[in-house]
Design a protein around this ligand. Structure first.
Ligand SMILES: [Zn+2]
Length: 87
């Protein structure tokens, strides 16, 4: 399910502006503070803030992710980067 944000938000890594988000695995999930957001432009992962802007994940926070989450984030980033090269 695609979620329409009240206001556009920018990727904290590449500044790409977005106004829509889609859940990766569970369509019932909507953006909320603390949830992971992945930029469709550069594939980097960030955390939603209270105002649903996105901030970078610190190295210490990333280190706390389990291996399954790190693997999923890496695969999604590769997909995003592949799409950039194709288009
Ligand atoms: Zn980005």
């Amino acid at each position: 399910m695609t979620h329409h944000h009240d206001k556009p938000f920018k990727c904290p890594y590449c500044e790409y502006e977005m106004e829509l988000s889609t859940a990766v695995e569970d369509d019932s999930v909507v953006p909320h503070p603390g949830a992971i957001s992945i930029c469709i432009n550069c594939g980097e992962a960030g955390f939603y803030a209270e105002d649903l802007s996105v901030r970078k994940i610190t190295p210490d926070e990333y280190a706390l992710f389990d291996d399954e989450t790190k693997s999923l984030l890496a695969r999604i980033k590769l997909l995003c980067l592949s799409n950039i090269r194709i288009s």
